[in-house]
Design a protein around this ligand. Structure first.
Ligand SMILES: NC(=O)C1=CN([C@@H]2O[C@H](COP(=O)(O)OP(=O)(O)OC[C@H]3O[C@@H](n4cnc5c(N)ncnc54)[C@H](O)[C@@H]3O)[C@@H](O)[C@H]2O)C=CC1
Ligand SMILES: O=C([O-])CC(=O)C(=O)O
Length: 329
């Protein structure tokens, strides 16, 4: 039986993440090797021509799973019937900026997009916000979509998660495939907290395997938290291929499930777990199954972790107040 194609809307399709992302969606990495997709690309008018060029290249790949590409500068058209929405389109930061500096510039994009999702997306819509500041942009979009279940709005911290896995693998001389149960808590910002106290390296507790508290506090956490800025410094542009890869991982895991004995990190609306105020879109350890996620419960949080989780969550509360003040919530 031929499956009905899944409509995947990508905003900022002509940008650098878009260019790294669309080809992988079309080749089956987002949803699975047997799932046909239709791409709906949203750009601003100045980006339409470049989006058309990318669409020509997508055609030229003759991807068997790609069943159509529509391009629009109207969110009401681009989100019509969307099953998955990747909100990438936003202004990236440049050297010397923090992601929070983008709140005002990018906040205005996510309110109308949330409203268009509310009015036109399919009932099973799943939204991933990549555009920074991702957590608070997701909150803005969610607030503008009162008819969509709040838990369908998520923000990307999978890039941070993958960065942390890679750093830990290198430190312990272990393949990435042997690292499990790592957690990113809080905001996708310099205050995020990559937590290895419950992580495992080849089945052993990661903090014990590392056995080096100074490395954890002075090297690992800042390296992961400031990796975005280090990439901007080195490349002269923000992370693109690794961000696209993380977006693919986030949605693939959400739809297809986490492996037994492992979890992942997603920015999701808090239900109050671990003392994170309800409603903030904060990163948590989650397991996924049948297209739904659940926060991993019952983890013991030591003082070192508590202090860092609280600091990042405080920043999220401040961002929420700031966008309230701008009339975006
Ligand atoms: N959450 C995360 O881990 C990461 C987030 N990012 C963020 O992703 C965003 C995109 O980054 P890049 O692709 O490098 O930027 P880019 O500047 O190359 O592309 C952005 C694209 O979005 C388009 N755009 C702007 N406003 C739009 C709107 N209202 N509707 C549709 N399209 C619109 C622009 O025309 C442009 O083509 C930035 O906010 C960046 O900070 C980047 C890396 C990681
Ligand atoms: O740092 C940035 O602005 C882009 C980003 O979010 C990341 O690479 O984590």
């Amino acid at each position: 039986m031929t499956r009905t194609p899944v409509n995947v809307t990508v905003t900022g399709a002509a940008g650098q993440i878009g260019y790294a992302l669309l080809f992988r969606i079309a080749s089956g990495h987002l949803l699975g090797a047997d799932v046909p997709v239709k791409l709906r690309l949203l750009e601003i008018p100045q980006g339409l021509k470049a989006a058309e060029g990318t669409a020509m290249e997508l055609d030229d790949c003759a991807f068997p799973l790609l069943r159509g590409i529509d391009i629009s500068d109207d969110p009401n058209v681009a989100f019509d019937g969307a099953n998955v929405a990747l909100l990438v389109g936003a202004r990236p930061r440049t050297k010397g900026m923090e992601r929070g500096d983008l709140l005002e510039a990018n906040g205005g994009i996510f309110k109308p997009q949330g409203a268009a999702i509310n009015a036109h997306a399919a009932d099973d819509i799943k939204v991933l916000v990549v555009g920074n500041p991702a957590n608070t942009n997701a909150l803005i979009a969610q607030a503008a979509a009162p008819d969509v279940p709040a838990e369908r709005f998520t923000a990307m911290t999978r890039l941070d998660h993958n960065r942390a896995v890679s750093q830990l693998a290198q430190k312990t001389g272990t393949p990435v495939s042997e690292i499990r149960k790592l957690t990113i808590w809080g905001n996708h910002s310099a205050t995020q907290y990559p937590d290895i106290f419950h992580a495992e390296v080849a089945g052993k507790n990661a903090a014990e395997a590392v056995g080096d508290q100074a490395w954890l506090a002075d090297t690992f956490i800042p390296t992961v938290a400031k990796r975005g800025a280090a990439i901007i410094e080195a490349r002269g542009a923000s992370s693109a291929a690794s961000a696209a890869n993380a977006a693919i991982d986030h949605v693939h895991t959400w739809v297809n499930g986490t492996a037994a004995g492992d979890w992942t990190s997603m920015g999701i609306p808090s239900d109050g777990s671990y003392g994170v105020p309800e409603g903030l879109i904060s990163s948590f350890p989650v397991t996924t199954k049948d297209g739904k996620y659940e926060i991993v419960q019952g983890l013991e949080i030591n003082d070192f972790s508590r202090e860092r989780i609280d600091a990042s969550v405080r920043e999220l509360s401040e961002e929420r107040e700031a966008v309230r003040g701008l009339g975006l919530l």
